[in-house]
Ligand binder design. Structure first.
Ligand code: HEM
Length: 439
């Protein structure tokens, strides 16, 4: 008899599709649709999604199990050992280009690393790692970058009014243009606008480049051809690449990840610090006296980085992600899963799994300093394994510099939106659109 994983029943599949699959799609897979994301943040959709997965895991776990998503059965993987098997086996046999992702991303980054396979993936990965200094503890250009992060924090403090999502987002869009392309791109709002429009088109999953892609690609190429030695473009000539790499096509991912995803996580970090006086004090005392020039101290500010990592664990910007099998594959427990099957990881559940994570629903930055959080394969806001996020180190460095500066030069206080309570389990959603923080 061949071994098989268990199957959730069709009714559970309908509920999983409605409560976990659909919310991720209707909120906008690539560019969040603000009115819908706001509603989603204000009703307990994420708590329902958590409860549903928790119930299924209790019933069908601890092994992975199949659950129907729309018309197809996908394999839900939740135990850290199985997560390690899957993410450790990316990009083959666990490829990171399931159909929906590929069709959506084709609109704005058809040649992205994350939807590449085989030699092409290896080629593009080597390029990304070389420019982003993925394996180094400190990026070569860290000094200039920390100055930019401090400047952005100072500019927000100088506004002298509570800051909202729009403020921090546009601030990071500017920082991103400067980090990636240099000062010449600082005021290039058109570039950001082009990307936003293309990403909105990606929500419709067109399966081909959206109108305007060629012009956007050309726009990026102009910066690539006039590299700035103080920006990432200045490191491109020395990084391994050839014609198949499509350098401009690689930079697109960097732009939205640094300009949109990173500030969303940092705004949540600020909100949680503003409502947790103990942890805020710990960050302030760790960061006291650190200047933009002290790059080693910024990189070593483990508690401040831990605060950023914790906000990412509690409210992952990638709530659900997946892989697709390139060939029939036998799991370590003996079950074989067919080529073409989608494998899902529900970060929203895995990060808060109360049966596994002792600090599931509280803000616990110290777990990233002296605990085991950084070795735990349950936490995949940056993913894990060979295809993990190559920009993670740079993101945390920029985020630590920015948050550290903001909370030592100012005092964050939530004036509008969700007020988190340290003594209560933290909610599964934290709406950034309704949030206003006085700094
Ligand atoms: C807080 C900010 C960020 C978060 C939460 C984040 C998260 C992630 C996640 C979850 C993945 C894996 C996606 C999957 O396999 O389906 C990923 C991959 C990737 N990230 Fe990030 N990222 C962030 C910032 C950045 C930055 C700043 C850059 C570049 C400068 C970057 C570049 C990439 C690239 C190129 C990949 C694809 C890797 C591959 O397929 O080999 N990310 N990121």
């Amino acid at each position: 008899m061949t071994l098989d994983f268990k199957h959730a029943n069709p009714v559970e599949g309908v509920r999983f599709t409605a409560q976990v699959g659909v919310p991720n799609v209707v909120q906008g897979l690539f560019k969040k649709r603000e009115p819908i994301a706001r509603v989603a943040g204000s009703v307990p959709l994420d708590s329902l999604a958590y409860r549903l997965t928790a119930g299924l895991v209790k019933k069908y776990g601890p092994d992975p199990f199949y659950v129907r998503v729309a018309t197809e059965e996908a394999l839900l993987v939740h135990h850290p050992d199985d997560i390690k098997f899957v993410l450790g086996g990316s990009p083959a046999p666990f490829a990171s280009d399931p159909d929906a992702k590929k069709k959506g991303m084709a609109a704005f980054q058809p040649d992205a690393l994350t939807i590449s396979r085989g030699d092409l993936w290896a080629n593009r990965r080597a390029f990304a790692e070389a420019v982003l200094d993925t394996s180094k503890s400190l990026h070569r250009l860290a000094k200039g970058f920390s100055e930019l992060a401090f400047d952005e924090a100072d500019a927000l403090l100088a506004l002298d009014r509570p800051i909202g999502w729009e403020d921090i987002n546009s601030s990071f869009q500017e920082l991103t243009r400067r980090v990636v392309f240099g000062s010449a791109a600082g005021a290039d709002l058109l570039l950001t606008q082009q990307l936003q429009e293309l990403m909105a088109a990606g929500n419709k999953m067109p399966g081909k480049p959206a109108k305007g892609y060629a012009g956007f690609h050309e726009h990026i190429n102009e910066y690539v051809e006039t590299p700035d030695p103080r920006a990432l473009t200045g490191l491109i000539t020395k990084a391994p690449h050839d014609d198949s790499t499509d350098v401009a096509g690689q930079l697109i991912h960097w732009l939205f990840a640094m300009g949109d995803t990173l500030p969303a996580n940092l705004f949540r970090t600020l909100a949680v610090l503003a409502t947790h006086p103990h942890e805020l004090e710990a960050v302030r005392s760790e960061f006291a006296g650190i200047t933009a020039a002290n790059i080693k101290k910024i990189a070593g500010a483990a508690y401040t980085s831990g605060a950023v990592l914790e906000a990412m664990r509690l409210w992952p910007t990638t709530a659900l992600f997946g892989r697709v099998l390139t060939e029939d594959t036998r799991f370590p427990t003996g079950q074989t899963v067919k080529a073409g099957t989608q494998v899902l990881l529900h970060n929203l559940f895995n990060h808060r799994n109360r049966d596994r994570v002792e600090f599931a629903d509280r803000f616990a930055p110290a777990e990233w300093v002296s605990g085991t959080a950084s070795e735990d394969w349950s936490f995949n806001f940056f993913s894990h394994g060979p295809q993990d996020c190559p920009g993670a180190g740079l993101s945390i460095f920029l985020g630590t510099a920015f948050i550290g500066r903001l909370v030592t030069a100012g005092t964050p206080k939530v004036v509008d939106g969700v007020r988190l309570q340290p003594r209560k389990p933290l909610p599964h959603a934290l709406d950034i659109y309704g949030l206003k923080i006085a700094v």
